[in-house]
Design a protein. Structure first.
Length: 150
């Protein structure tokens, strides 16, 4: 688990670490824009200016693994959090997760990429950001333990 206190200067910049940092950055911007989560349909648009540029929306590990053309965003927003008051959401709820569905993608685990951007065929790992700002690496066999309902 990586906390949001990490910065690029305090961790080794491997693709997996850059992925974690990007997820922290985007997740933090989702949380500081208001006391409510953004609308699922426009979440990328809603936080784009707060993030500063589109680079943190791109998962470095997705290069060459995502289906289709390169995307502006390799994360999806948990649609069940759309517009909710942050104080009323369980902190262990999935906020952001890897996806190859593109800009403003929102939904649930059905949007996870197959195969995962991290790991190998037999040891797939997904990176998710939770509502409390923490980021976790989750093995394929552990996906069922994630909380998707607020």
């Amino acid at each position: 688990m990586v906390s949001s206190s990490y910065t690029p200067e305090t961790i080794v910049p491997t693709p997996d670490v850059i992925e974690l940092y990007n997820k922290i950055e985007v997740g933090a911007r989702v949380q500081v824009t208001t006391n409510h989560f953004p609308a699922a349909r426009t979440w990328c648009d809603d936080i784009r200016d707060a993030v500063g540029n589109e680079k943190p929306f791109v998962c470095p590990a997705a290069a060459g693994k995502a289906a289709g053309q390169p995307s502006r965003c390799y994360y999806a927003f948990n649609a069940k959090l759309s517009g909710l008051d942050m104080d009323k959401v369980n902190p262990s709820t999935v906020l952001l997760f890897e996806s190859d569905r593109g800009w403003n993608a929102a939904g649930g685990p059905e949007l996870l990429p197959s195969p995962a951007f991290h790991g190998y065929t037999t040891r797939q790992v997904f990176v998710v950001a939770l509502a409390d700002g923490t980021v976790e690496r989750v093995k394929n066999q552990e996906l069922g333990s994630l909380r998707w309902d607020p």
